[in-house]
Design a protein around this ligand. Structure first.
Ligand code: UGA
Length: 470
């Protein structure tokens, strides 16, 4: 049944692909790269009424999309995607050149991953440009969505011209994205701001017009030069990362002084100049963006002869913070050899199955070094983590994960993990240590003295033989 539905979907997609460009007076948009940025951008632009072709060299991904299967976990994406495919406004292909050929506007949303020296790897961007270059026979707008080092847009201009592309055959725009994984669709449709960087007034206006339905008095569009747009993106991510490292340092201070970190960050956030967001302490930041972009900005600045000591310190703080959940467990259980430890939450945050640079990786690494036996569970990220740690014990549900274990480390704040508050009600409740790196367990709900809860940023207190804190 599923197979025949998929086959029908594939046939429909092929038929629709042949009819691209049927929405009258709308430019055809190609999006090169169907990672979470490219796919969300393409799908949402189609949802706004544009004709969009999403292209990717990954045949498996494209086959899946043509069968109506979205391989990443991104709330709301599948619904919008299905709707746009059925309206003949969204197609998928692995033939990037063909997509670019048909397009008036080409978005480039390929990865710029971190290399071992911390710099951004531009190979995917250059390879995408090589594919696009021969299609620049009539004027097209080339819009870079990928996060790129400052100066890249100008470099792309020179590169294309060095390959013989006519200056008048393209206009470049840098249009950074501010989408968070797990809420990317929502973020796209309700942006705080749109940033457009271009030396061409017309090209900037053309990109702006795509976002017109989203612009309100609360959502301004800033048009700047390309280097400024590139800097805005790196500076925004880096600033948020600094905010997190700062609150983690204050949390570590509170852990010694006994001050209440939650009350501290809440009251700090009430100051409009500070704001309440990204002040949540925990096990440090992870993901494919913050570590990569902070490192890339540091290297980029160094190239310009500028040091960014605040940002360097932010990364060092984060590196140490990521070790804290296991260090905390060792405070309670100094010998982890042959102990069963459950890691709950494997993705870099709740709401996504992306494990890139996840803090759980550091936790699992350290636990393995200590000789612990690891059980792991994430509602959506087990499969991805299995590729990094094939030999640990993955559980299919929370219940199995917390059964017969000596300690639990909560790494992400999936609402489901709050069920641990009921663990003490089970007759089988035994001596157990919970390290709550996300501050989600309400200790007053635990009804046994047998459970010890260690929280980040909280001083341990002896209470009726219990060492727990709230
Ligand atoms: C981040 C930015 O928030 C997006 O605006 C940006 O578009 C994106 O990077 C990107 O450059 O593509 P993302 O990496 O998806 O988005 O996730 P965030 O929600 O920003 O979280 C990043 C990390 O910071 C996570 O590990 C999260 O747990 C941690 N975090 C976040 C905290 O430790 N405390 C907080 O208060 C907030």
């Amino acid at each position: 049944m599923i197979k025949s539905t998929n086959a029908a979907y594939a046939i429909l997609s092929v038929i629709l692909f042949c009819n691209v460009g049927c929405t009258i007076n709308k430019p055809v948009i190609a999006v090169i790269g169907t990672g979470y940025v490219g796919l969300v951008t393409g799908t949402c632009l189609a949802h706004l009424g544009n004709n969009v072709i999403c292209a990717d060299i990954d045949q498996e991904k494209i086959n899946a999309l043509n069968n109506g299967v979205v391989l990443m976990y991104e709330p709301g994406l599948k619904e919008l995607l299905d709707e746009s495919v059925l309206k003949n406004q969204l197609q998928f292909t692995h033939d990037s050149a063909n997509a670019a050929q048909q397009a008036d506007i080409i978005f480039i949303a390929v990865d710029t991953p971190m290399q071992s020296d911390g710099t951004a790897n531009m190979a995917y961007l250059e390879s995408a440009l090589q594919t696009i270059a021969p299609t620049l026979t009539k004027h097209k707008v080339l819009c870079i969505k990928s996060t790129v080092p400052i100066g890249t847009t100008d470099y792309v201009q020179q590169l294309l011209m060095s390959w013989g592309v006519e200056k008048h055959a393209f206009s470049l725009v840098m249009n950074p994205e501010f989408l968070r994984e797990g809420s990317a669709v929502q973020d796209f449709l309700h942006p705080d701001r749109i940033v457009i960087g271009s030396r061409s007034y017309q090209a900037a206006q053309q990109i702006k017009s795509l976002y017109e339905p989203l612009l309100t008095s609360n959502t301004p569009c800033t048009i700047v030069d390309p280097a400024t747009a590139e800097t805005i993106k790196y500076a925004s991510n880096s600033f948020l990362a600094v905010k997190i490292s700062f609150i983690n340092e204050i949390a570590n201070l509170c852990e010694q002084t006994g001050a209440d970190i939650c009350a501290v960050s809440h009251a700090m956030g009430l100051d409009k100049r500070i704001g309440p967001y990204f002040l949540k302490h925990g096990a440090g930041f992870g993901g494919s963006c913050f570590p990569k972009d902070c490192n890339a900005l540091l290297h980029n600045a160094k190239k310009w002869g500028v040091s960014l000591p605040t940002l360097s310190a932010c990364l060092l703080t984060n590196e140490e913070q990521r070790k804290k959940p296991v260090k905390k467990l060792l405070d309670f259980m100094p010998n982890l050899h042959n102990k069963s430890v459950t890691v709950l939450g494997l993705a870099f945050k709740a709401g996504t199955n992306d494990v890139r640079n996840s803090c759980a990786i550091t936790t699992i690494d350290l636990l393995l070094q200590q000789g612990a036996h690891i059980k792991a569970y994430d509602p959506v990220a087990n499969t991805n983590m299995k590729q990094l740690f094939p030999r640990i014990d993955y559980c299919n549900c929370l219940e199995d994960a917390i059964d017969q274990t000596d300690a639990i480390i909560i790494m992400t704040d999936w609402p489901e993990f709050k069920q641990l508050e009921n663990i003490s009600k089970k007759s089988s409740a035994h001596d157990l240590i919970i390290i709550d790196a996300c501050n989600i367990i309400d200790c007053s709900k635990l009804e046994t003295k047998k459970i010890i809860v260690g929280k980040m940023g909280k001083k341990y207190e002896a209470m009726d033989n219990r060492r727990m804190c709230n």
